[in-house]
Design a binder for this molecule. Structure first.
Ligand code: BG6
Ligand code: MG
Length: 218
C-alpha cells in the first residue's frame, strides 16, 4: 500500500480566521470608500494578501503607487494581527483536533498548506504546531493558489506521491489547487461554493473514522 499524506489549509479549515481577515479588509475598504461585503470576501479566501488588495482596488476602481499599495498591505496586516493576537486553542474549529489526533496516532504524515504568511504564529497560538511535519505557507511559495505549488511542495516534504495526498480546503482557489496537483480534494464548507471538490463536508464534525480510513487506504 502506498503511503498517504494529509495536507490541511489553515484559515477556514483549522481555525476561523476568515472572519478576522474579513474584518481587517472591511476596515480598509471602509477607509477607502469601497463597498465590501461577505460575498466579496469569498473571493479573498485562499488568495494571497497582495492579490486580495489588488482585487479590492479593482473593485473600487483605484490605481495607486507601489508605495501606497505596500502601505495599505502593511495596514491591513497590522489590523489583522490585532485580531489574531488574542487567539488561543478555543478557536480551533470543532473536531479538527480529534481528526489530527487520530491521524497522528496512525503515523500518517501531515503538512500545512496555506497561503498565509501568518500561519506559523497562528498554529503556535492554538497549540497545533506539533502535529505537522511540514509547514508550507505564503512565505514558501512563488505561485499562489489556484496554482498547485503549495501542495506539491508539501507532498515533497512529506515524501508522499502527490496522487496519494488528501487536501482539506475551504476556498475555491484551494480546491482548484488541490485538483491541479491531482490530489484528493475535500471541501470544507458550502457544497454550492466548493462544487469542484471530490468530497464535501460542512465541517469536521461530519467526518468519521471510517471515511478517514478509506482515504488512508486509498
Ligand atoms: C489565506 C486566506 O489562507 O491566506 C486569505 O484564506 C488570506 O484570505 C491569505 O488573504 C494570506 O494571509 P496573510 O495572513 O498572509 O495575510
Ligand atoms: Mg482557507
Amino acid at each position: 500500500m502506498n503511503k498517504t499524506g494529509f495536507i490541511f489549509d489553515l484559515d477556514g479549515v483549522i481555525v476561523d480566521t476568515a472572519k478576522y481577515h474579513y474584518l481587517a479588509w472591511k476596515n480598509l475598504a471602509d477607509e477607502l470608500g469601497i463597498e465590501f461585503n461577505k460575498d466579496d470576501n469569498e473571493k479573498f479566501k485562499g488568495v494571497s494578501r497582495k492579490r486580495c488588495l489588488e482585487i479590492l482596488l479593482e473593485m473600487g476602481g483605484l490605481s495607486v503607487s507601489e508605495k501606497q499599495f505596500d502601505a495599505w498591505l502593511v495596514e491591513k496586516n497590522e489590523d489583522y494581527l490585532e485580531y489574531i493576537k488574542k487567539m488561543d486553542e478555543t478557536e480551533i474549529l470543532p473536531d479538527v483536533e480529534k481528526v489530527l489526533q487520530y491521524l497522528k496516532k496512525k503515523n500518517i504524515p501531515m503538512a500545512l498548506g496555506s497561503a498565509s504568511k501568518n500561519a506559523r504564529p497562528i498554529l503556535e497560538k492554538v497549540q497545533l504546531l506539533s502535529y505537522f511535519e511540514a509547514i508550507v505557507d505564503g512565505n514558501s511559495v512563488t505561485k499562489a493558489k489556484p496554482d498547485p505549488e503549495v501542495f506539491l511542495i508539501a507532498a515533497d516534504h512529506l515524501n508522499v506521491e502527490a496522487a496519494n495526498c488528501v487536501v482539506f480546503e475551504d476556498a475555491v482557489a484551494g480546491v482548484a489547487a488541490a485538483n491541479a496537483a491531482e490530489m484528493v480534494s475535500i471541501g470544507i464548507g458550502a457544497s454550492e461554493v466548493l462544487q469542484e471538490a471530490d468530497y464535501n463536508f460542512n465541517d469536521f464534525t461530519e467526518i468519521n473514522v471510517a471515511f478517514l480510513d478509506k482515504l488512508i487506504e486509498n
